[in-house]
Design a protein around this ligand. Structure first.
Ligand code: GLN
Length: 482
């Protein structure tokens, strides 16, 4: 098996046994990047030079049996909305084209402690707003399974990079599905942890009450390793939680609910079939599976597209040409700000700022933002009730397989529908994972989403790993390999 196809634990054990060196793995990963990048455009920036020295030090640590942990020398790609000191963090926006991070995000400081290698910064939809990575100011990313298709978004660069084996794993951010949806489109595992368990300090905010950083990997165990390395209370993040993880007793006695509303119209037969396949497999294990109803899920997209734009309109107010990034000319400071924002933001970002400002404005606040908050609260209540009956919820991750580039760009509402299944977990702050389960007739990956109670992330990972083993999804993308 090619080294870059192995799990992090397997690679680490080969490093420990000195059967392979971190520099050899890095060389292989970099060769894959050199082959695929001109077609896929997963990365906005590669750190090859900087890694040459870092990887040598990693080699030495293994030679001297002084390695720093499972992630020492593992090449990981970082979404370009996460600050890494001394490097550009553009958020795929012209607004931040010249912005160099003066500090690192908490997740990066934590990965640094283990001497992770960063392959580079990956492409995304501008400020993480989108579902296809087509909203990047620096050009789109393509799906390694079929380069006519999008890799999903907004963490499309991170997913494409792992799928093309240009990195062993990646970090993404998920506000409404941006880790799970691209992971599903690219045949990978994507995990959005419980809100607050991973620090958002140093993640450039889109919608602060929804944003979470998480891993995109090939295997559930890789996700576990990365999640364990980046989680933890952080006083620098006001929404960070210090509560202890909660454990769900055992996989065998777990009870699973299939979300009825996500198995109805608007979801493709292919996507539903994957869920049916997993239900059969769970039942064969003696696990009880029942249908459950969460009626407010039907409103999730409407709730999200009030709350997320409202928060983004406030978060993006800081990009005014004064403190960060781009500054356009103007005779007055007002004209300078107006021109900076007109030139710096792309059309989707402007659309969200307009929507959000409108929803928050005096006279409309109660009718829109206020209502959305109430509906969000009711939806959380529905989840709480359901979790009295079942331990895990399952649904498709996405209503369809990866779509063609350009197919949905002219219809924002259709694009928004790609997050139908993923948004509810963000609104409720719940841990949620997508695991690859099969291929469609067109040979594109499909995934299944599993959601559990807040703080049960470890149990969710164990449960997903059990399913992963049963499914034994072994397919690999090949479209970019000529
Ligand atoms: N696609 C959703 C949006 O455009 C979710 C994005 C995300 O999770 N960052 O808002």
């Amino acid at each position: 098996m090619r080294i870059e196809n192995k799990s992090i634990r397997e690679i680490n054990s080969l490093f420990q046994k000195k059967e392979i060196k971190p520099s050899e793995l890095y060389k292989q990963v970099f060769e894959n990047t050199a082959q695929s990048e001109s077609v896929l455009h997963a990365h906005l920036k590669l750190f090859e030079e900087d890694n040459l020295n870092k990887v040598k030090l990693s080699d030495e640590r293994y030679i001297k049996n002084k390695s720093l942990g499972l992630l020492d020398g593992i090449p990981i790609a970082i979404k370009d909305n996460i600050n890494l000191k001394g490097y550009e963090t553009t958020c795929s926006s012209k607004m931040l084209s010249n912005y160099i991070s003066p500090y690192s995000a908490t997740v990066i400081n934590k990965l640094d402690e283990q001497q992770v290698l960063y392959t580079g910064k990956t492409n995304l939809d501008e400020f993480a707003m989108g579902s296809s990575t087509e909203n990047s100011a620096y050009g789109l990313t393509r799906n390694p399974w079929n380069t006519e298709c999008v890799p999903g978004g907004s963490s499309g660069g991170s997913a494409a990079s792992v799928a093309a084996r240009s990195s062993i794993a990646a970090l993404g951010s998920d506000t409404g599905g941006s880790i799970r949806q691209p992971a599903s489109f690219c045949g990978l595992v994507g995990f959005k942890p419980t809100y607050g368990t991973v620090s958002r300090f140093g993640l450039i905010a889109f919608a602060s009450s929804l944003d979470q950083i998480g891993p995109i990997t090939k295997y559930v165990d890789d996700t576990r390793i990365i999640y364990h390395s980046i989680r933890g209370f952080d006083p620098k993040d006001a929404t960070s939680v210090s509560d202890k993880p909660v454990i769900i007793p055992s996989n065998k006695t777990a009870k699973v609910g299939v979300i009825k509303e996500l198995m109805e119209e608007g979801v493709s037969e292919d996507a539903k079939n994957e869920v049916e396949k997993i239900i059969k497999l769970l039942k064969a294990q003696g696990i009880e599976v029942i249908e459950v109803s969460l009626p407010l899920i039907k409103l999730a997209i409407s709730i999200y597209y009030l709350i997320a734009p409202a928060e983004c309109s406030a978060n993006l107010a800081r990009f005014d040409g004064v403190r960060y990034g781009l500054r356009a000319d103007g005779k007055t400071s007002y004209e300078m700000m107006e021109r900076t924002r007109a030139q710096g933001f792309g059309s989707e970002v402007k659309r969200r700022i307009l929507l959000g400002t409108y929803a928050l404005s005096a006279g409309y606040f109660d009718a829109y933002y206020g209502k959305a908050l109430l509906a969000r609260k009711k939806m959380i209540d529905e989840f709480n009730q359901i979790f009295k009956q079942v331990d895990y919820l399952i649904s498709p991750t996405t209503p369809t397989q990866a779509f063609k580039a350009g197919e949905k760009t002219s219809n924002p509402l259709e694009m928004y529908m790609s997050d139908l299944c993923t948004i509810p977990a963000n609104l409720a702050g719940l841990p949620s994972i997508s695991i690859p389960t099969g291929l469609s007739k067109e040979k594109l990956p499909l995934g299944v989403q599993i959601i559990s109670k807040a703080l049960t992330d470890d149990s969710l990972l164990d449960f997903s790993e059990m399913i992963e083993k049963e499914v034994a999804f072994k397919e690999e993308p090949s479209d970019w390999i000529k």
